[in-house]
Design a protein. Structure first.
Length: 376
C-alpha cells in the first residue's frame, strides 16, 4: 500500500510504544504514558471498529466482591491475598473516578446486593460477615460493608429469593460514557488510536518489535499487550483464557422498583437497573466448556436460562420485552490477580482482569505504563 508523507509521519513512523487493545487497560496505560512523558509517540491498535473485548460490553458494576465470592476465594487463597485483591479493586475504582470524574462516567452510588434462594449458602455467608466487615472497614470507611437486609426483597418486587445481603460502597456507571471519556482523554493527550487494525503476529528483535497487522507492517520500540480475553491467541505461556459472558436488557418498565447492583448464585448471575430498564447477565456456569471462547455470540441455552430467571424471580409482575442481547469476552486464569509483566526486553503485558476490568483496569494500566517507562 502506498502511503502519503502525512500518514507515514503522523501514524506509522517512529512509534515509541504500541499498545495492543484499546479497552480500559490499554487506554489507561496510554494516558499514563503520555502524562509522564508527553513526547512519547503512543499508538493503540484495536481490532474492533469501536472495541472488541469486554470494556464496552460489561454491566457497568463498580463492585469489589460479594460475600459468596470472597468465601469461594478463601477456599483456595489466604485471607491476606483475598482482602488485598478487594482493596486493589476499591483503589482501582477510586483511580478511575479521579482520572475521569464522576459526572463523565455517570457514577451513581446505588449500593450493591446479593440475593439468596439457598438457606445453607446464606447461613454460611452470614457467619462470615463480622470477619469480612472487620477487614473492609478500614478500606471502605463503612462499619458494616455487608449487612442483611431482607426487607429489600419485597420492596424490589422479587419472587423466590429468601434472603438479601446489602453491600455498601458499590455503585453503577455508564460503561459507554466511561469508554468515551477514556478515548477523549487519550486523544487529547496525543495518543493515536487505530481502530479496525488487528495484530496478526509480532517479532521481537534487537531494536524493538516488528508488527504484522491487518493494515500495515509497523515497527515499535516497545509493545504492550492489553488484550485480556484474547491474549492466548497472541501470546504463549501467559495464564489467561477467555470466558464469555452473555447479557440481555429489557424495554423500559414503568415505575421500576429495582435500583442497584444485584449478585446471585455465587456471582454467576448479575443484574441491575439501567434507568428504567433491567440488565441481566451471567449463566456461564451452565456450560463452562462452550463459554471458554473468544466468539462473541449468544446461545439459546444461556439466553433461555436468563429469560426464565428474569420472568420468574426478578420481574414476576412486570410486562416487558427483551430489547437487546450481547456477549463480552473476559480474561480469567488460575488466580484473579492481574498479570503485569515484562515478557522480553521490548514486550510487555497487562492482562487477566478476572471479570473485574472496571475495578482493576485503570490501576493495571497505570502499573503497566510504569513498567514500560522503566525500559525506555
Amino acid at each position: 500500500m502506498n502511503h502519503s508523507f502525512w500518514e507515514q509521519d503522523t501514524f506509522i513512523n517512529s512509534i515509541d510504544v504500541a499498545i495492543i487493545g484499546g479497552g480500559i487497560v490499554g487506554l489507561s496505560a496510554a494516558i499514563h504514558l503520555k502524562m509522564d512523558k508527553p513526547d512519547l509517540r503512543v499508538v493503540i491498535l484495536e481490532q474492533g471498529v469501536i472495541l472488541s473485548g469486554a470494556s464496552l460490553r460489561n454491566a457497568g458494576f463498580a463492585c469489589f466482591g460479594s460475600p459468596t465470592e470472597l468465601i469461594a476465594d478463601l477456599e483456595t487463597r489466604s485471607a491476606n491475598e483475598v482482602f488485598t485483591l478487594v482493596e486493589e479493586r476499591l483503589k482501582g475504582l477510586q483511580q478511575l473516578r479521579k482520572l475521569l470524574g464522576d459526572s463523565a462516567i455517570e457514577y451513581d452510588a446505588t449500593g450493591g446486593f446479593e440475593v439468596f434462594d439457598d438457606e445453607h449458602i446464606f447461613e454460611s455467608a452470614g457467619k462470615h460477615l463480622p470477619e469480612f466487615n472487620k477487614h473492609l472497614q478500614q478500606v471502605t470507611g463503612i462499619k458494616e460493608t455487608y449487612k442483611v437486609n431482607d426487607g429489600k426483597i419485597a420492596s424490589s418486587g422479587f419472587k423466590g429469593f429468601t434472603h438479601l445481603i446489602e453491600i455498601g460502597g458499590e455503585a453503577q456507571i455508564n460503561t459507554g460514557k466511561m469508554m468515551q471519556a477514556l478515548m477523549l482523554k487519550a486523544t487529547n493527550l496525543g495518543v493515536i488510536i487505530l481502530n479496525g487494525v488487528k495484530l496478526l503476529r509480532h517479532r521481537d528483535h534487537e531494536n524493538g518489535v516488528a508488527l504484522t497487522t491487518s493494515w500495515e507492517a509497523l515497527e515499535a520500540k516497545r509493545v504492550l499487550f492489553a488484550t485480556n480475553g484474547y491474549t492466548s491467541a497472541l501470546l504463549d505461556n501467559v495464564d489467561v483464557k477467555p470466558a464469555r459472558a452473555q447479557v440481555l436488557i429489557t424495554s423500559p418498565i414503568k415505575e421500576l422498583k429495582i435500583k442497584g447492583n444485584f449478585h446471585y448464585d455465587r456471582g454467576y448471575y448479575y443484574f441491575r437497573n439501567v434507568g428504567d430498564r433491567v440488565l441481566f447477565g451471567g449463566g456461564r456456569n451452565l456450560d463452562f466448556e462452550k463459554e471458554t471462547t473468544t466468539e462473541a455470540e449468544i446461545t439459546p441455552k444461556i439466553q433461555a436460562a436468563l429469560e426464565k430467571i428474569l420472568a420468574e424471580r426478578i420481574l414476576p409482575a412486570e410486562k416487558y420485552t427483551i430489547e437487546n442481547r450481547w456477549s463480552g469476552i473476559m480474561g480469567i486464569g488460575d488466580t484473579k490477580s492481574p498479570i503485569v509483566d515484562k515478557l522480553s526486553p521490548h514486550v510487555f503485558c497487562a492482562v487477566r482482569m478476572g471479570g473485574m476490568g472496571l475495578a482493576l483496569g485503570t490501576s493495571t494500566g497505570k502499573d503497566a505504563a510504569k513498567l514500560v517507562l522503566k525500559s525506555l
